[in-house]
Write a protein that binds this ligand. Structure first.
Ligand code: HEM
Length: 576
């Protein structure tokens, strides 16, 4: 609200403090409400409202006095904190003209501020994320609604009603930082929970499975999603070549080419931890767990045609939709749920429960509610917060653990390594990444160390001077390694590892309806029509074979859409 400020009478009688720029409308409204005030300008987190009461009796003398007082006030403010300064704090005398030798002469090397300005500008870009480069983020709150202490002793889950601050970054995967939000692509769903036991990062997607199940294959897979080395164009040939050679991708391919591959912004999609994780309770008992975030806005997707139109109309639709919803007080929410599995159940399962290309049946392993996640604040600066945010599946907290999922194991190493390259060794000190509770360790120095660097304290452990200690109460239960043989095991061979078709078939026949199946086929056909070059037929036939193994109806519909004569192909194969 507008309020009286202790200022020279008649100069500035009212002032309001609102955050900027989101509340500019509120500033203006406050000015309208406060009699004789107009919105003047903003200072740091503050709107200044200027008093424009007519001078008493309308005498011009008073007007002049008020004007002088106002100018004096503005000058004194400028004096205090409105001076334009160099990065080292030197006030600028001339920000718009460079110093030259004579009016039309060359520029002088001593115009250091010109150098500083151009040099800093040249360094504004940092490497974009190698994947998930285009994204949007928001802060929010996670609130526990159910008691899950029988599964987890995590402190942020230990009381119904407990609130934990979160930061969530959504993203597309394959596109560059300036690419369109409506591309057919999985969407990233990365949540940072700022808990008292450290930050817990749940770095998931909007799909419960993934294209590959061994991390060694990730760079090859991602290369096929990026640009062709020669043409610099996206290449359906590379994509379908890779998918057809890796049948474990089939489950995720069916999800990607359904309308879930083009969600209507970020608010109307689910998030999944996708991997199998674990939870440990106060009695040191472990269960395997999968994380789900169910959108409370309802699932809403675009068809392939709608997504194409949206790409042309608004490249940044998802960003705009998120910002506009939150800024207008329409806070998006997700229900955080888990599926749990005991180790005995895991042993008895007909497939590998740590295989990222598989889901767990919701009938056998029902979803259980944990809490509600709400997003309610757009960061005040995109680069500082969203671009510099760094998530890592390695960042777990006591009560939550890893699993032998090979993809998860690969990701434990990959993300902190990526952050050290993209943001530097001290990336954990950037405010959005910093644990707001104490961080004490003996890591020292390094580029951009800005937190005091442990000050005068000892930089080795153990020592006789400080009182920092390890806490054995955080120890996880030991894990039994069931197979003592180390080798390069074929990911797709052996019982429970080689069925890539049953779950996609259940998705196609039991989860999708006729409308979904129709759109799936249309989207696949549209994409596969782009396969080109001398291996076109080989790639198409190999992929068709996978679709037929999911369901003959799917194979036949795609073949028909691509005008492939299946009988003729089969006959030619018999002759070879
Ligand atoms: C072995 C497989 C994988 C590897 C090696 C890998 C690697 C990476 C790398 C290097 C980044 C960029 C990090 C950065 O610069 O900040 C990234 C981002 C990301 N990845 Fe993965 N990834 C893998 C699989 C997955 C899977 C299976 C999921 C989801 C279940 C996933 C979700 C994400 C998300 C959401 C981001 C963006 C995080 C953010 O918003 O900053 N990734 N990944």
């Amino acid at each position: 609200m507008a309020r009286q400020a202790g200022r020279p009478k008649g100069a500035f009688l009212c002032e309001a403090t609102f955050s900027w720029p989101s509340d500019v409308q509120q500033c203006r409204a406050a000015a309208d409400r406060a009699k004789n005030c107009v919105f003047l300008r903003r200072a740091e987190q503050t709107c200044e409202l200027r008093n424009v009461a007519p001078a008493e009796g309308g005498r011009p003398k008073n007007h002049i006095i008020f004007l002088i007082l106002n100018i004096a006030y503005i000058m004194s403010k400028k004096e205090q904190n409105h001076k334009l300064r160099s990065a080292s704090g030197r006030p600028y005398t001339n920000h718009e003209n460079s110093k030259s030798a004579g009016r039309r002469g060359p520029l002088l090397l001593e115009d250091y501020i010109l150098h500083e300005k151009l040099a800093h500008f040249n360094r504004e870009r940092i490497p974009e994320r190698v994947v998930h480069a285009k994204g949007s983020g928001a802060f929010g709150t996670f609130t526990v609604t159910q008691d899950v202490s029988k599964y987890s002793r995590a402190k942020f889950l230990n009381q119904i009603g407990k609130e934990t601050k979160v930061f969530l970054r959504f993203s597309t995967v394959g596109g560059e930082k300036g690419s369109a939000d409506s591309e057919r692509d999985p969407r990233g769903f990365a949540v940072k929970f700022y808990t008292e036991d450290g930050n817990f990062d749940m770095v998931g997607n909007n799909t419960p499975v993934f294209f590959i199940k061994d991390p060694k294959k990730f760079p090859d897979f991602i290369h096929t999603q990026k640009r062709d080395p020669k043409t610099n164009l996206k290449s359906p040939t590379m994509m379908w070549d890779f998918w057809s050679l890796n049948p474990e991708s089939l489950h995720q391919v069916l999800i990607l080419f359904s309308d879930r591959g083009t969600p209507y912004g970020y608010r109307h999609m689910n998030g999944y931890g996708s991997h199998t994780f674990s939870m440990v309770n106060a009695d040191n008992e472990r269960v395997w767990v999968k994380f789900h975030f169910k959108t409370l806005q309802g699932i809403k997707n675009m068809t392939g045609a709608e997504a194409d139109q949206m790409r042309a109309k608004d490249m940044d639709f998802s960003q705009r939709d998120l910002v506009e919803a939150i800024e207008s007080g329409n806070f998006p929410k997700w229900r955080f749920m888990i599926q749990t599995m005991t180790d005995e159940q895991a042993q008895a399962l007909p497939f590998n429960p740590f295989d990222l290309s598989k889901v767990w049946s919701h009938k056998d392993f029902p979803l259980q509610e944990v809490g509600i996640l709400e997003l309610n604040q757009i960061p005040r600066n995109y680069f500082a917060t969203v671009e510099q945010s760094a998530f890592a599946p390695a960042h777990i907290v006591d009560g939550i653990g890893y699993s032998p999922d090979k993809m998860l194991q690969g990701r434990l190493l990959s993300y902190p390594d990526a952050h050290r390259y993209r943001l530097g060794a001290n990336y954990e000190q950037i405010p959005v990444n910093r644990c707001p509770f104490a961080v004490k360790n003996y890591q020292r120095d390094g580029l951009m160390r800005v937190d005091g660097n442990g000050e005068e304290g000892p930089n080795y452990y153990p020592n006789s001077f400080d009182d920092i200690y390890e806490d054995a109460s955080y120890t996880e239960p030991a894990e039994e390694i069931k197979d003592p043989v180390a080798d390069f095991f074929d990911r797709n061979e052996g019982p429970g590892e080689n069925d890539h078709f049953s779950q996609p078939a259940a998705l196609f026949n039991e989860v999708m309806n006729d409308y979904d199946r129709h759109n799936l086929v249309a989207n696949i056909v549209g994409a596969m029509q782009g396969i080109a070059g001398p291996k076109r037929e080989t790639i198409i036939n190999r992929q068709l074979c996978h679709f037929f193994r999911v369901d003959p109806k799917l194979g036949a519909a795609v073949a028909q859409g691509l005008e492939v004569d299946v009988e003729a192909v089969m006959a030619s194969l018999k002759h070879e």
